[in-house]
Ligand binder design. Structure first.
Ligand SMILES: [Zn+2]
Length: 136
């Protein structure tokens, strides 16, 4: 809703009113929950989200670096799984803050910035834990 200020002066009385006008960007507004009850990401029709889109996926991370529960984010099952995976990837690359109980990876690569390659390949999947005995 956009309002335009209209100032009317009659004799010694000045009236300032806000008149509602249609926005010229009305077609790019986010549809409300009443019109479309789908989850936020499905409602926006966001496809091909990347782990580098931290302004979007960072909204689903709380101050401790953990993903917020589904009841709070209101994401559907499919999008919740996708966003959970993307958050883990972004935290692996230190694009998002990590939780305190994040497992320490063996070796020195963990201190360096590292990014995943595109197009996505199975080998780019993260190792959740690398045991010391496998690290040489
Ligand atoms: Zn959804």
């Amino acid at each position: 809703m956009v309002r335009k200020l209209v100032i009317e002066e009659n004799d010694n009385v000045t009236v300032v009113k806000g008149v509602e006008i249609d926005s010229d960007r009305k077609q790019s507004l986010i549809p409300s929950v009443e019109k479309n009850p789908a989850c936020p990401l499905c409602r926006l029709n966001l496809k091909n989200l990347s782990y580098t889109d931290i302004l979007i996926i960072g909204q689903f991370v709380d101050e401790n670096g953990k993903m917020m529960p589904r009841e709070d984010t209101r994401l559907c099952n499919r999008q919740f799984g996708i966003v959970k995976h993307l958050i883990r990837k972004a935290q692996t690359c230190r694009l998002l803050p990590r939780p305190k109980d994040w497992p320490e990876a063996a070796g020195t690569y963990d201190k360096l910035n590292s990014y995943y390659m595109y197009p996505y390949k199975r080998r780019d999947d993260m190792f959740w834990t690398v045991k010391d005995k496998y690290w040489k």
